[in-house]
Design a protein around this ligand. Sequence first.
Ligand code: SF4
Length: 167
Amino acid sequence: MAQHQVEGAIPVALTTVDKIVNWGRSNSLWVLTYGLACCGIEMMASGASRYDFDRFGTIFRASPRQAEVMVIAGTLTKKHAEFIRRLYDQMAEPKWVISMGSCANTGGMFNTYATVQGADRVVPVDLYLPGCAPRPETLQYAVMMLQKKIRREPANRNRNVKQKRFV
Ligand code: SF4
């Protein structure tokens, strides 16, 4: 936001619609929780009183229709891949995805027939959190990084990702 003030004149603030929209969006990120394994416990701790995500305007929701950020926390199995994609498709645009922990990022130590080797094979991921398990502070930092990313995007962002075949 640029501000220009002439002596004796009324202060004027100049900005763009993109900046106003993105400012509002980035400060009210509602999260669809997707706790799949131990990382899910760290995600739950993020919403509790010690870390208190609400103060950032980040509120956990249990419905894809009321959320714009999906946090995938834990080991994603192939049986589950179909459902995660369906819930992602039910979220309204614009939407973002955070992959939390090694299992969600790459399958982690579970290089098996049953585990998806990275959540990005099923849904487009915007941020990857390293660790096994990442602490709530890491998720908090990731949300702040996502806020920065959103503020740089055009307000009419529409990802419009086609349905991918998952493995
Ligand atoms: S990354 Fe580690 S803590 Fe997270 S779900 Fe996998 S095994 Fe559990």
